[in-house]
Design a protein around this ligand. Structure first.
Ligand code: B12
Ligand code: SF4
Length: 530
């Protein structure tokens, strides 16, 4: 049997769950040798187009590996990049190209002419089937979940049931010998996740909600008759994956679920095993409606350090009726107070740049923020218009955006450069200023008293204070690059955090942090030279 090479390509993030699952799955097939390229990595707002050197490194690797099939994992913002790489592949290799991932799944008609085939829905079964058919030289045109572009004639195969037993999948592969990472004009083989502080892991698939700005609003109906949509792995398989992937620098576990475990017996088992067998602090994400005091007790006993919950909008009306998202402000505030009483950190998500926001709704948002327990920690997102999402369609219908505001090129630009909100001077109006002040509040750069006086007072001094806060936000966020999900200058973050620790007298914590950074630096150097 002739061995065939299959190359998988992840775009713009080293944590790529589908590639890190499909790669080890392909390793189990006789006569199939998988390789994966992680093409560029970026942090929110710091995304850049590929350079000529990075593209050359990509082509060189393809020529060297001579794969029979190249599978690219495509999210909507990276369609222009996937198109460009597909063109380079066509010019330099005879490999078949398959696009898979969220974008081909939700928008197959727009993708099928870009590649030889696309995968609609889950890819594990399909990639294994194509690999074996190609290895055996068999016809692959009838494989479920695949659409085949036969020189313009399209075969649309039906979708297979969703994988119900997630334990049947391999754990995420870390530090694989056949991984290549192209970034900053270099190609390296050592997996950067190995020297991170976090171990990333996913314990479930699917979400019970259908918020209008989220892919689940499209995926749930798409998978309607194909088995349970929300599925969870066993505690045992999660513990094994964590143990297997922990490296010397990792001291924290990040659960990448849309909503972490809420089933009582599952949580009981998690509580009894995680602390004993792993014992590392962790972050878990929840919809506020999916977490209660009883669960919090179990999570805290297990080692919950941070809980990520979405507020998403400052008014109940926008949250419930525009975002189609359950939950009231008063319940979120109560939940937050309960969580803080456990000593758990809360990281909130909030979406701004929302055309349905008004001056009144933004002021209401500030009112809510002032009632949340301190210290605040936020991801402030700029609303993105993903193709065909209900919210995008509504904003188009209501005339808030034009069709060109929702095209793929624009989406790529906004995702790479404007995912996380930072303050802006323009447009110079009250709504923008209120957004800027929200930014100032959530990054803790202003006291509640000043905000109340400046935003809700009527005197001329209040108006002056409002202008002062607006400019303070712009200077801090725009010019100095302080605060936000990502600091423009990382050295600035170290400096400021260092000063904060000194001012608070936290010399021991400062010392431990410096020690940790030195450790990670030396660990990385050691791994790189192995
Ligand atoms: C976990 C997660 C993350 C993680 C990991 C991302 C990753 N690439 O694995 C982190 C935190 C890093 C992340 C970051 C971002 N994310 Co995110 N993320 C998710 C989330 C919640 C789950 C994704 C997941 O792991 N699902 C489980 C895996 C196994 O399923 P899957 O990815 O769909 O893959 C299956 C199939 O699609 C298919 N498949 C996938 N690739 C391929 C390739 C081939 C060749 C084949 C055959 C099949 C195939 O097979 C896979 C296995 O069954 C989704 C929401 C969702 N429900 O999808 C958002 C989501 C994917 N994220 C989204 C976005 C926008 C981002 C960011 C761009 C945000 C930003 N600007 O920083 C970045 C981009 C990261 C990147 N370059 O990949 C959007 C994408 C929207 C869209 N229409 O494309 C989603 C859908 C959320 C939303 N708003 O609707 N994200
Ligand atoms: S709760 Fe979160 S993951 Fe679920 S549909 Fe809403 S935004 Fe998407």
């Amino acid at each position: 049997m002739n061995e065939i090479n299959i190359l998988l390509v992840a775009l713009y993030r080293n944590v790529n769950i589908p590639i890190r699952i499909m790669h080890p799955l392909l390793e189990t097939i006789d006569g199939v040798k998988p390789h994966s390229i992680f093409f560029k990595h970026f942090e929110a707002n710091l995304g850049k187009a590929p350079t000529d050197i990075e593209e050359e490194l990509f082509i060189k690797k393809i020529i060297e590996l001579n794969p029979r099939l190249i599978g690219i994992s495509v999210l909507s913002p990276y369609v222009p990049i996937a198109r460009r790489l597909t063109k380079l592949i066509r010019e330099n290799s005879s490999a078949l190209v398959v696009w898979g991932g969220i974008h081909p799944t939700i928008s197959p008609e727009s993708c099928i002419h870009e590649a030889d085939m696309i995968c609609v829905g889950e890819g594990e079964g399909a990639i294994v089937d194509i690999a074996t058919h190609l290895r055996d030289g068999k016809d692959y045109s009838h494989i479920n979940n695949l659409w085949i572009n036969n020189r313009g004639d399209i075969i649309r195969n039906p979708m297979r049931p969703l994988i119900q037993n997630l334990d049947s999948l391999p754990p995420l592969s870390y530090g694989n010998d056949s991984f290549y990472f192209i970034n900053s004009n270099k190609i390296i083989k050592k997996d950067p996740l190995l020297w991170g502080s976090y171990l990333w892991i996913q314990t479930s698939r699917g979400c019970p909600f259908v918020c209008s700005y989220c892919v689940n609003s499209l995926l749930r109906p798409l998978f309607k008759d194909l088995g349970n949509y929300t599925r969870r792995r066993s505690v045992d398989s999660i513990i094994k994956e964590i143990r297997n992937n922990l490296s010397g620098t990792m001291d924290y576990v990040y659960f990448l679920d849309e909503t972490f475990g809420n089933d009582e017996s599952w949580l009981d088992e998690f509580e009894s095993r995680y602390k004993k067998e792993i014992g590392l602090p962790f972050t878990a994400e929840y919809h506020p409606k999916m977490v209660n005091i009883k669960m919090l007790n179990k999570l805290v006993n297990s080692g919950l350090h941070t809980i990520k919950i979405g507020i998403q909008a400052g008014t109940d009306h926008i949250r419930n009726h525009i975002f189609h998202r359950a939950g009231k402000n008063k319940d979120i505030i109560l939940l937050a107070k309960n969580i803080i009483n456990y000593g758990v950190t809360i990281r909130y998500d909030l979406i701004l740049d929302n055309p349905y926001d008004t001056e009144a709704s933004l002021k209401n948002c500030i009112r809510v923020l002032l009632q949340l327990p301190k210290p605040l920690s936020f991801n402030l997102y700029s609303l993105q218009y993903f193709p065909d999402y209900p919210l995008t369609k509504k904003a188009l219908e209501d005339g808030f955006i034009k069709i060109e505001d929702a095209n793929i090129e624009r989406l790529m630009e906004t995702n790479l450069k404007n995912w996380s909100i930072s303050p802006r001077l323009l447009p110079y109006n009250k709504k923008q200023a209120l957004q800027n002040i929200i930014w100032l509040v959530v990054w803790g750069h202003v006291s509640n008293k000043i905000v109340r006086f400046g935003v809700f007072g009527n005197s001329w001094l209040s108006k002056l204070c409002f202008i002062y806060m607006n400019f303070k936000a712009i200077i801090f966020g725009k010019i100095l690059g302080i605060g936000g999900i990502v600091y423009k200058n990382s050295w600035m973050r170290f400096l400021i955090n260092g000063f904060k620790h000194i001012l608070k007298g936290n010399i021991k914590i400062l010392f431990l942090k410096i020690k940790k950074h030195i450790f990670i630096y030396t660990y990385k150097r050691k791994i790189m030279h192995e």
